[in-house]
Design a protein around this ligand. Structure first.
Ligand code: DQA
Length: 147
């Protein structure tokens, strides 16, 4: 089973970006951990990051044709603004789990609304990099249940 793991804008700066909020580990270190967990769970992941909304829309739109069974997605700040990503997820024909390192609902008011979560089967937030791993587990369980 192949899973696409996507991260949106500014997440390439993890490790340097507000470590008190997002932790000290880089996105590449987090990707390494996700790859290891995926193998242990009998899956394979491809991890990508983009600062561009349109590129994320294209990756989501192509995911099913590229053989991915589901998506784990941290949309970064696009979470709170992007109807284009919401529409892309609705059109993806494969399930998506939204993940966040921080708990956006415990932060500034503008972060309390997710535009993208309503197009997802679930959401994990507030557990640092473990949010990605928990999201991956939940998605794989859901996919196993739907076979
Ligand atoms: C984030 C939360 C968003 O509000 C923020 O814009 C990010 C990171 C997180 O993982 O906690 O870029 O998605």
């Amino acid at each position: 089973m192949r899973i696409l793991v996507l991260s949106g804008p500014n997440l390439h700066r993890l490790g340097k970006r507000q470590p008190e909020v997002y932790g000290h580990r880089t996105l590449e270190q987090i990707h390494e951990r996700i790859r290891g967990d995926a193998v242990a769970l009998g899956a394979a992941v491809e991890c990508r990051q983009s600062n561009h909304e349109g590129e994320l829309v294209e990756w989501i739109g192509a995911a099913q044709e590229q053989g991915f069974a589901g998506i784990v997605f941290n949309p970064g700040a696009y979470t709170h603004t992007s109807y284009a990503l919401y529409d892309a997820l609705l059109a993806a024909n494969i399930p998506c789990v939204e993940v966040h390192l921080s708990n956006p609902e415990a932060r500034e008011p503008f972060r309390r609304r997710s535009r993208t979560a309503p197009a997802c089967v679930g959401k994990v937030a507030g557990f640092g990099e473990d949010s990605y791993l928990l999201g991956l587990r939940g998605l794989l369980q859901r996919l196993a249940g739907s076979r």
